[in-house]
Design a protein around this ligand. Structure first.
Ligand code: SF4
Length: 275
């Protein structure tokens, strides 16, 4: 094993050597075991959308050029791509939904360990979304904001509120191409529906929905989550910190919280400072 081929980071290289010595498997080992990876899968020309398949298109043009349902290579690749976008949108935006749930619970007093660290942002955001702030407590405003945010994920009508923030020429473009994002749930369900056997065969339509679905994530789930997190945990500012494996402390309990979901890590950090 050449650790330099696996990572350019010296700390990671050292860890890889230690893991190999201890007989622990890594993602690189599993990747090696998979090689050569499936060429049809890598090209995206294999379809398992329905039980008449799996079907695959011969990329060299000598074998089948259509699946059992008649889907050609463009349709199959576009379907696979849109399903990947829908999956990513779901994973990303459900983080946003989780944040909205926590935010609402905090505002209702059901999650007392969370609070409002950036009240200025709370008021700015509330006003932007048409929520009255005069004469109201922060928790009261936050409750209405939390309910509005949570409803955004599955509302049956209209477009994403956050998408209104985009510059006017960008919004005009989205409207022209009919990709203004609606609720995340709506876009993901439509993605799975549209890519099912016998529904949309036109790769251009399918890819257009991929854009709409992705915008629903970026301007909906993702942006809304960021805003609510800023209110709850404080708007981030540049700070110096320590990174990489060297932060691990010998002879101590080291908790590594994976990912960028702060709901748990904030509480771990709070618990770690308890007397
Ligand atoms: S949707 Fe069409 S191409 Fe895909 S598995 Fe079914 S029959 Fe085959």
């Amino acid at each position: 094993m050449d650790v330099k081929k696996r990572s350019s980071d010296p700390a990671t290289q050292e860890m890889l050597r230690r893991m190999a010595k201890a007989g622990h498997e890594t993602a690189w080992d599993r990747l090696e075991a998979q090689e050569p990876q499936c060429g049809f899968g890598q090209l995206g020309v294999c379809c398992r959308v329905c039980n008449m398949g799996p079907c695959r298109i011969d990329p060299f043009g000598e074998g089948p050029q259509r699946g059992v349902c008649g889907a050609d290579v463009d349709t199959i690749i576009a379907r696979n791509f849109l399903r990947a976008v829908a999956s990513g949108t779901s994973a990303h935006s459900d983080h946003g939904r989780g944040v909205a749930h926590a935010f609402l619970a905090m505002a209702r007093g059901e999650a007392p360990d969370y609070g409002i660290k950036d009240p200025v942002k709370l008021h700015v955001l509330a006003k932007e979304l048409g929520i009255k702030t005069d004469g109201r407590t922060d928790k009261d405003i936050a409750q209405e904001l939390g309910e509005l945010a949570l409803a955004e994920f599955g509302k049956p009508h209209g477009f994403q509120r956050m998408a209104e923030r985009a510059p006017a020429p960008r919004k005009a473009l989205w409207k022209k191409f009919d990709i203004m994002p609606r609720a995340v749930d709506r876009e993901v369900v439509e993605a799975l529906h549209r890519t099912h056997m016998g529904v949309d065969q036109d790769y251009k339509n399918i890819l257009r929905h991929a854009s709409r679905c992705a915008l629903g994530d970026g301007w909906g789930g993702s942006m809304l989550a960021t805003e609510l997190q800023d209110v709850m945990f404080g708007t981030p500012v540049p700070a110096r910190g320590e990174i990489n494996l060297g932060v691990l402390v010998k002879d101590a309990v080291n908790l590594i919280v994976h990912g960028h979901e702060p709901l748990l890590s904030e509480m771990v950090a709070a618990a770690a400072t308890l007397p």
